[in-house]
Ligand binder design. Structure first.
Ligand SMILES: Cc1cc2nc3c(=O)[nH]c(=O)nc-3n(C[C@H](O)[C@H](O)[C@H](O)COP(=O)(O)OP(=O)(O)OC[C@H]3O[C@@H](n4cnc5c(N)ncnc54)[C@H](O)[C@@H]3O)c2cc1C
Length: 161
């Protein structure tokens, strides 16, 4: 199986976009991700997949905690910023404070429960410790290498309604 063919195929599955942030000794780290999924409701858990060479992954392993910043429709520039290799993508933070990104749809604080290797990536299984949602807003999406928005296609109505 050619990896490029797989990349092309999986690119046809639209996703949301998030930035994973964490802090180690006041130094803040962040990476754009689309490999993010709910895992369990009781207890609340999610998974994130980060490349094994990622500096943000190294920082998450050290801190044991991270924040999932769910990007809003107008935040494609932030997604692009956190997808670069730039050394300092975030200003330093107070030690112990997870770096939040202003204007996001919501933020989910997590503690790492366990890690499993999956090919070139590490699957982080994490317990959700807190959530904070904006009162309104629309999500940033990613499809076939491009950022976009979300348009409801149909409204599901039960026959009895
Ligand atoms: C829409 C979107 C979704 C994405 N989803 C995911 C995802 O789910 N999981 C994921 O892992 N990535 C994902 N990425 C890619 C990810 O955002 C970038 O790789 C980002 O740079 C990771 O940041 P980092 O700080 O974790 O890693 P970085 O430390 O910035 O490293 C990123 C890569 O660059 C290499 N690198 C770093 N510095 C150098 C250097 N000086 N010379 C040579 N190579 C270097 C690293 O080895 C690593 O492979 C996504 C990107 C986009 C745009």
């Amino acid at each position: 199986m050619n990896p490029d063919d797989f990349r092309h195929a999986i690119g046809h599955f639209p996703t949301g976009v998030a930035v994973i942030t964490t802090t180690v000794n006041g130094e803040a780290h962040g990476a754009t991700v689309s490999a993010l999924s709910s895992l369990s409701l009781e207890p609340p858990m999610l998974i994130v997949c980060l490349k094994d060479t990622s500096r943000t992954l190294t920082a998450v392993k050290q801190s044991g905690r991270f924040l999932v910043n769910l990007l809003a429709e107008d935040q494609a520039d932030i997604a692009a910023h956190f997808a670069t290799r730039d050394g300092a993508k975030l200003a330093p933070t107070e030690p112990g404070k997870l770096p939040g990104i202003p204007g996001v749809l919501g933020a989910i604080a997590c503690e790492v429960d366990s890690m499993v290797r999956g090919g070139s990536h590490i699957i982080l299984m994490a317990t959700v410790t807190a959530v904070e949602m904006a009162s309104a807003g629309r999500p940033l999406t990613y499809y076939r290498g491009r950022f976009g928005g979300f348009l409801p296609a149909l409204t599901l109505v039960k026959p009895s309604d």
